[in-house]
Design a binder for this molecule. Structure first.
Ligand SMILES: NC(=O)c1ccc[n+]([C@@H]2O[C@H](COP(=O)([O-])OP(=O)(O)OC[C@H]3O[C@@H](n4cnc5c(N)ncnc54)[C@H](OP(=O)(O)O)[C@@H]3O)[C@@H](O)[C@H]2O)c1
Length: 263
């Protein structure tokens, strides 16, 4: 789908990756609408990019319904908002579990189906979901995050098949570790020396490619991580083996600790 003059809604637009996606879409002359919870961040970005914004807490079903109704029809939807849901079986409470599922999975499912019904009436559209490499590879410290990101990937790829005869494209982006901005960069955790990262701009460029070339899935990660994660998704014992190394366990534990209170 061409991007110029298309009406686009981006969730999580106040965050590291969301801001990069918004900037890239505006560069491609889309009519962007930003959404997130932090009004001050959205307001200043909207001013800079000369676009609209709507404040919405996606974990609140009433607010989500209101957002869907207010936005009405759009041409492109980028479901990017997400939280780490960090914590173990022994310290995550029911509210935290439900909030992570609501933000990372419930909200993108409800909203994309609602927007897809409008896109079907218009005769075209494109939906992009930001999952994660954690939608392919498991780890002992990202149980809840992996559950939502695997779920989002499965939903996206199935929805793509369901909507293909309606001229609605669906893509899923799987970023690896993203430096400079976003939830991993904010955690300020050093990775094992061999692990390379990508930038928020790499993710935003992948979003453009996904929309313009109707790509099913794009991994935004260095070659070794792309190859390793695909392999680990077919052979789960391989993921267990790699995650068991001392350096991987230490980095994962530090990341879990740093993201523990991100809500
Ligand atoms: N950074 C990485 O290394 C990485 C890697 C793989 C995948 N991802 C995925 O990329 C996406 C963007 O993450 P990021 O790195 O940019 O993280 P981020 O900087 O923490 O941004 C998260 C965004 O989600 C929004 N959000 C969180 N809870 C919300 C809620 N209840 N209602 C509405 N919006 C909410 C935040 O908005 P407010 O705070 O304004 O509410 C913010 O805009 C996520 O889906 C994440 O899982 C990131």
């Amino acid at each position: 789908m061409k991007i110029q003059d298309k009406r686009v809604l981006i969730t999580g637009a106040s965050g590291g990756i969301g801001q990069a996606i918004a900037r890239e879409l505006v560069k491609h002359k889309a009519k962007v609408i930003l959404t997130g919870r932090r009004q001050d961040v959205l307001e200043s970005l909207a001013k800079e990019l000369k676009c609209d914004f709507q404040v919405c807490d996606l974990s609140n079903p009433t607010e989500l319904d209101k957002l869907i109704e207010t936005i009405g029809s759009i041409d492109i939807y980028v479901a990017n908002a997400g939280i780490p849901g960090a914590g173990s079986t022994f310290d995550l409470g029911p509210e935290e579990i439900d909030r992570t599922i609501d933000v990372n999975l419930r909200a993108p499912i409800h909203s994309s189906m609602a927007f897809a019904r409008e896109m079907a009436k218009q005769g075209s559209g494109h939906i992009v979901f930001i999952s994660s490499i954690a939608g392919l590879v498991t780890s002992p410290t990202t149980t809840l995050y992996c559950a939502t990101k695997f779920g989002l990937r499965g939903f996206a790829l199935s929805l793509r098949q369901e909507l293909s005869d309606k001229n609605i494209g669906v893509s899923v982006i799987l970023p690896g570790f993203i430096s400079e901005a976003g939830m991993f960069a904010n955690a300020k955790v050093d990775l094992p020396k061999v692990t390379r990262t990508k930038s928020p701009q790499d993710v935003s460029k992948a979003v453009i490619k996904a929309i313009t070339a109707n790509k099913a899935e794009i991994l935004v990660a260095p070659a070794e991580l792309r190859f390793g994660s695909k392999l680990a998704s077919v052979f789960p014992y391989l993921a267990e083996f790699v995650q068991n190394s001392r350096s991987a366990r230490e980095a994962a534990a530090k990341l879990q600790q740093a993201q523990r209170n991100v809500k």
